[in-house]
Design a protein around this ligand. Structure first.
Ligand code: ADP
Ligand code: MG
Length: 720
């Protein structure tokens, strides 16, 4: 990890460590380094960070100098001038400085609170006051002592007759701090952690900035104005608040450059090795299209043409087919698969859920049986099942179609000799699974499909290694879809409307959210509600469907719904992807505020698939006006891309680049929305760099080289 640990001998006066004593073999010589240090230096080797602090930093994932310096501040406080104590409550947060007066300890039943009065410090004629209050936080009273000077940050609220700040962030400061980094300047507030305070982290970062040597880490963006080290200094300890944004942009650009470099490498690798060219007359395809009860949309035709062109080349296809829910991606997949089959290859379709795999299986059976093409199903639940010829097995048949879930990944036989792999609802799989399929020995062409409309900026990062086809046209003949966001008070009317729909022969979904990411709890909520709904909607049969049911149960429930015996599915987000039952025209989502907008859009894609008018009702359960406001976006827009952009803007992009999905490092400072313009810059730079230095061997590409090493490690440890 650490480069060049110079065997430093003399000149070590400022270090506590003593050189190895002869005759005391137990005390191993610790390498002690003199500053400045290269950025990848392990914090342990610095000698000035205590063991408990090292442990606490380790818990935050910080082990090197660079890691410490990339621990960016959450916010800054201008401690040259503080806010005046407010005289009424206000939405914004205040940063105040004052002297602690009376403190009290109160107890109400099991709850205990600690209160401290704080007075605006000297200089002001009126001595304004404020109460600080903490509940059940006993350690606070140890540091908040009468007479001490406090800096607090938080919102001010009326509590009875008093103005109060509850659970403020606070820091005790002393007069000596005036000579230090904690006062009389713009001060960074970093995320702290267990066993390490904001103040300690600030001190460590300050020293780390002084001791880091960036010269061996020359900036890959040599033409940029600010270098890495300057930008880092300014993001932590800016001299003015105006310096922050330029510094943040500089660092964001470098971060995005790193990401784009990884994406470009991935892109290049995905195209190696070359695969087989699959050209065909297209007889099977024509026969298939002729038998379809509808004509292809222009967008479908265009995508199919692009795909066939890709497949006819020895360069491997690596294409993303992006299209809003209901845009008809399955037919495009079938066309691609027929192209492979006609060229004598096996084509594989992988779906994220068993429900969806079964649905595709039914459709493909229906489409391909007349063409005499064997279709097999391979899910965890059922080993293999084939049609056309019951003795056909993937072991013996070279061409044909195999449909399955992730169980496919563990079936070497099915994958062997595959000429095309289609991954449906790709966002539900990790990039690792995608890579795994793509890496099967036959070097198959890869088509990934996603209904999650991803803003272009994101597509360029997460999916930057793929060529893009977009289905931007909906098949004709769809009924209208209306969306309404309501509170649960409106339920009686909603139920009356739903009953009317059922009487007309329509079907419906009622969806319960995942609570804290637990399908188990969602299942429980849905289970508890089924009796209630069965009663409300009697005599129409309701059934439960959730991810924790076993495969056979799921299958039979779904079949009963498809055939129209079951009228209402009480369910969870298992139906989020792919499910296609055109007769279902009503979707109710409980606690809709718990879902992301893009996910809700996806869910409502289950309806509006037939010619009838469909209705989606989103029940807002938190009573939060902002949540309601957010849901109203779905009332107004039916464009998945607009919604995705809005989602990104509202939630920030932080978690979207989550590692599991993309395999890429999480973004620490760049924001895909605010910094969208930087993505293309970074992308161009990455391409230029890799062209001139494919191995990233040049000295100034060290940061990118390091990133690639970390990325490969992550893939190796989390990958299958
Ligand atoms: P998605 O893109 O969400 O996967 P599907 O492939 O499930 O969409 O298609 C949704 C529905 O639209 C299906 O019932 C499908 O048969 C139908 N469909 C697809 N293409 C067309 C078309 N060109 N004209 C009419 N209906 C179509
Ligand atoms: Mg689909």
């Amino acid at each position: 990890m650490v480069s060049e640990s110079k065997p430093s001998t003399a000149n070590n006066a400022n270090k506590a460590r003593t050189p190895k004593l002869p005759g005391k073999p137990k005390k191993e010589k610790k390498p002690v380094l003199l500053p400045p240090h290269p950025p990848e230096t392990s914090l342990e080797l610095l000698g000035w960070i205590r063991r408990p602090q090292l442990t606490a930093l380790g818990k935050l994932g910080i082990t090197t100098l660079r890691g410490l310096l990339e621990h960016y501040p959450r916010r800054h406080e201008d401690r040259k001038r503080f806010d005046h104590f407010p005289d009424t409550e206000c939405e914004r947060s205040y940063c105040l400085s004052g002297i602690v007066g009376k403190t009290v300890f109160r107890r109400f039943g099991r709850m205990r609170s600690f209160e401290a009065e704080i007075e605006e410090s000297a200089g002001s004629v009126l001595s304004a006051r404020l109460t600080l209050r903490w509940f059940n936080l006993f350690h606070v009273q140890k540091s908040v002592i009468t007479g001490s000077r406090l800096i607090v940050h938080g919102k001010v609220r009326h509590r009875g007759k008093r103005l109060c700040m509850e659970h403020p962030e606070f820091e005790v400061v002393t007069e000596e701090d005036r000579q230090s980094i904690h006062l009389d300047r713009i001060v960074p507030v970093h995320p702290a952690g267990e066993g390490i305070s904001v103040r300690v982290i600030r001190g460590l970062i300050h020293r780390a900035l002084i001791e880091t040597d960036w010269s061996g880490w020359i900036d890959p963006l040599q033409h940029q104005e600010a270098d890495w080290g300057t930008a880092l200094r300014n993001i932590h300890f800016p001299e003015s608040l105006e310096m922050l944004e330029p510094a943040r942009r500089e660092l964001a650009l470098r971060e995005l450059l790193g990401i784009q470099t990884l994406v470009t490498i991935r892109r290049n690798e995905a195209r190696k090795p070359r695969g087989a060219a699959k050209s065909s007359q297209g007889d099977l395809l024509s026969a298939f299209l002729k038998a379809l009860p509808f004509a292809l949309t222009g967008a479908q035709q265009k995508s199919i043409a692009m795909i066939r062109e890709d497949m006819a080349r020895t360069h491997r296809m690596h294409r993303l087919l992006q299209g809003d829910v209901g845009s008809g991606k399955t037919v495009v997949a079938a066309a691609a698969m027929l192209t492979a089959v006609e060229a004598g290859h096996r084509a594989i379709l992988m779906a994220p859920t068993q429900i969806l795999a079964e649905q595709h299986f039914r459709n493909f059976q229906h489409w391909l049986e007349p063409l005499d093409i064997p279709v097999e199903l391979l899910t965890g639940a059922r080993k293999t099942k084939s049609t056309s010829n019951p003795t056909t097995h993937s072991e013996t048949k070279r061409s044909g179609v195999v449909i399955g879930t992730h169980a496919l990944l563990h079936n070497a036989v099915a994958l062997q000799g595959a000429g095309l792999v289609v991954i449906d609802e790709q966002h539900k799989f990790g990039v690792l699974q995608r890579t795994q399929l793509a890496n099967s020995p036959s070097a198959p062409d890869v088509l990934v499909m996603t209904a999650t409309p991803i803003p272009r900026t994101l597509a360029q990062t997460i999916y930057g290694d793929l060529d893009l086809s977009i289905l931007d046209e909906k098949p004709p003949g769809r009924g209208t879809l209306r969306t309404a966001a309501r509170t649960s008070e409106k339920l009686p009317e909603i139920i009356a409307y739903l009953t009317g729909q059922l009487e007309k022969g329509r079907q419906a979904y009622v969806v319960y959210p995942l609570i804290e990411e637990s399908e188990k709890l969602a299942a429980k909520a849905a289970e508890a509600e089924i009796t209630v709904w069965s009663e409300h909607l009697s005599p129409f049969p309701c059934q439960l469907l959730h991810g924790r049911m076993n495969a056979e149960e799921k299958k039979s429930v779904m079949e009963s719904f498809v055939q129209g015996h079951t009228k209402v599915l009480i369910t969870t987000s298992v139906i989020e992807v792919g499910v296609d039952v055109p007769n279902a025209t009503f979707l109710l989502v409980e606690n809709a505020e718990r879902f992301g907008l893009a996910q809700l859009h996806q869910l409502r894609g289950r309806i509006g698939r037939g010619a009838h008018i469909s209705t989606c009702v989103l029940i807002e359960g938190s009573g939060n006006p902002e949540a309601m406001e957010r849901l109203r976006i779905l009332e107004k827009s039916s464009d998945g891309f607009v919604i995705a952009e809005e989602d990104l803007r509202l939630r920030g992009s932080g978690d979207i680049l989550g590692t599991a999905q993309s395999g890429l490092p999480p973004l620490r400072i760049a924001d895909l929305y605010r910094d969208a313009d930087l993505i293309s810059v970074a992308s161009r730079e990455a391409e230029r760099i890799l062209k001139s230095d494919p191995e990233l061997a040049k000295p100034h590409h060290a940061p990118l080289r390091q990133l690639r090493v970390e990325y490969a490690l992550r893939l190796a440890t989390t990958g299958g």
